[in-house]
Design a protein around this ligand. Structure first.
Ligand SMILES: CC(C)(COP(=O)(O)OP(=O)(O)OC[C@H]1O[C@@H](n2cnc3c(N)ncnc32)[C@H](O)[C@@H]1OP(=O)(O)O)[C@@H](O)C(=O)NCCC(=O)NCCS
Length: 240
């Protein structure tokens, strides 16, 4: 599966690693594909959108990046790894000269509210900032815009199977981030611009496509990456 993702779109697969002497530990992963389907098109459920975990629906000439999956090792969460991965994804939009990036952000915090409101109402309150969702609020603070609710996006009981359609377009000035203008008229760096809180976290694009002979370090990274993704998936869930 990982090999097929790398073969189809090597530039879009990221792994965040921290060095321990000669060893590297994988802290998080983020997978993307390209699509020619704009975010204004009728949303599809996650698996149908990507065409399976091997990213069969990746379109090499597609004008949009689509967030396939992102997961940070639960032991490394809250240390800026996810923010660094998002920053790198948005940089890729500019590097490739694309129209933007979008994804379905799973509404992971819905389970706490399921007896009080529908997923759609929960999503609206997250969008307005009344409720903080552990995943979608984080994404909105990184410059994404909430563009709608996708029901039955993925089987995920915690999220009521629901995702927020999140969309990001490059700013006209070419910057990769949104800036907030503060009262004194100056600009403050948004959360997506701040450096990761861990100085040692580094982002590495996944290595060369498997057609090239794989060096031992490359193989090790690929398997660690799969293990980290599986671990994060088994904990509070994953997507986009
Ligand atoms: C969502 C996720 C990728 C964020 O990664 P991370 O490395 O923890 O993120 P960061 O450390 O960069 O923190 C980003 C923000 O999320 C907040 N955050 C991180 N973990 C959190 C948690 N468990 N609960 C609530 N907020 C959390 C941070 O406080 C920070 O807040 P800020 O916006 O005020 O700066 C990670 O928590 C994760 O893998 N979750 C499970 C899988 C998942 O939900 N994937 C995305 C699905 S669409």
């Amino acid at each position: 599966m990982v090999r097929r993702q790398i073969r189809r779109f090597p530039e879009g697969q990221f792994v965040a690693v921290r060095g321990y002497g000669d060893e590297e530990r994988v802290l998080g992963v983020a997978m993307l594909m390209r699509t020619d389907r704009p975010p204004s098109a009728k949303p599809k459920p996650w698996l149908r959108m990507i065409g399976g975990l091997g990213l069969r629906n990746h379109v090499a000439s597609g004008r949009w990046l689509y967030g396939v999956e992102m997961a940070v090792d639960p032991d490394a969460q809250g240390q800026g790894v996810g923010s660094a991965l998002y920053r790198r994804r948005l940089e890729l939009v500019r590097e490739l000269g694309l129209d933007g990036m979008y994804a379905g952000g799973m509404l992971k915090g819905y389970r706490r509210f399921r007896n009080r409101m529908s997923p759609r109402e929960y999503a609206e309150r997250v969008r307005s900032g009344e409720i903080e969702d552990p995943t979608v609020t984080m994404q909105l603070r990184r410059g994404f815009r909430a563009a709608g609710v996708i029901e039955d996006y993925e089987d995920d009981d915690e999220a009521g199977n629901c995702a927020m359609l999140i969309v990001w377009r490059p700013q006209p000035d070419g910057s990769a981030v949104q800036r907030r203008v503060v009262d004194d008229g100056s600009e403050r760096r948004s959360a997506s611009e701040r450096p990761p809180r861990t100085a040692t976290a580094a982002l590495t694009a996944t290595p060369a496509p498997p057609a090239a002979p794989a060096a031992p370090a490359v193989r090790r990274t690929a398997s660690q990456r799969a293990a980290a993704a599986a671990k994060a998936r088994s904990e509070p869930g994953s997507a986009s």
